[in-house]
Write a protein of this length. Structure first.
Length: 252
């Protein structure tokens, strides 16, 4: 298919084998950029036929940027280890119509799962993400968290990626805490500043939007819990930013 797969990993032994097997359905090579995993991720990836590049973690975007030159093909399928192409996306790629299309990147609808349940409410669906791009004119951003693909002509697809990234609410909250800290540092470095009211206001608005306007309210305890975690993430992100501001000001 003349398509390269690019996957970044850290301790993904539970997912990486299945991920690589699925990618070889549409790709002729899989490049894994591993951040010094402590488990069997690297061994499994090599056994499955992937090329493994070991690189201490630079951040989400920089890690992917590091892997791009190792991809021999122009078209790159850029997935996480816990993401898989749904059958409709596999069919789209196998048709190979993108080779002659004017687009240099494609975004997919992401189905996020909590264990085996699709979370299609509270802003979690459709969660569009660019996962397929041409490296000649598109590239991952340098964002350390929630990187995006910078492209000139993006096509939104109605096909899907399946994301099995959450096994419990505790795991969701742990990820939110980690991302919130990275996001806060990224916002500070970009010149963003907030007052002490911003965390509360944004957290409340985020909860109301997810619970009342994005179907959280009609999905029982799961809808309430997911909406609360979305509000919490918004709150803690800006609370961390406000804390960083005070710390840097005191240092000066």
């Amino acid at each position: 298919m003349n398509i390269s797969a690019l996957v970044i990993t850290y301790n993904e032994e539970k997912n990486i084998g299945k991920c690589i097997d699925a990618l070889f359905e549409v790709c002729d090579e899989v490049i894994v950029v591993d951040s010094n995993s402590k488990d069997e991720t690297v061994a499994i990836a090599k056994e499955k036929g992937a090329t493994v590049i070991v690189q201490p973690f630079l951040g989400d975007g920089p890690q992917r940027i590091h892997g791009v030159p190792f991809c021999k093909n122009d078209w790159i399928l850029n997935l996480d280890a816990d993401e898989y192409l749904d059958t409709d996306s596999i069919e789209f790629i196998k048709k190979a119509s993108f080779f002659d299309a004017p687009y240099d990147a494609y975004s997919f609808r992401v189905k996020n799962f909590l264990q085996d349940k699709v979370i299609d409410f509270a802003g979690w669906y459709p969660d569009y993400k660019i996962r397929f791009f041409n490296k000649k004119t598109a590239t991952p951003s340098e964002d350390k968290v929630h990187q995006k693909i910078i492209a000139t002509n993006v096509k939104k697809l109605k096909t899907h990626i399946l994301h099995y990234g959450s096994h419990s609410f505790f795991q969701i909250i742990a990820k939110k805490n980690q991302y919130a800290q990275w996001n806060a540092e990224q916002l500070y470095d970009a010149g963003k500043r907030v007052n002490s009211f911003k965390p509360v206001l944004n957290g409340l608005i985020s909860f109301i939007r997810c619970y009342l306007f994005k179907k959280g309210i009609i999905n029982g305890i799961d809808g309430l819990t997911i909406s609360l975690t979305q509000g919490y993430f918004s709150y803690i992100k800006y609370a961390n930013l406000y804390q960083i501001q005070k710390e840097r000001k005191n240092l000066k």
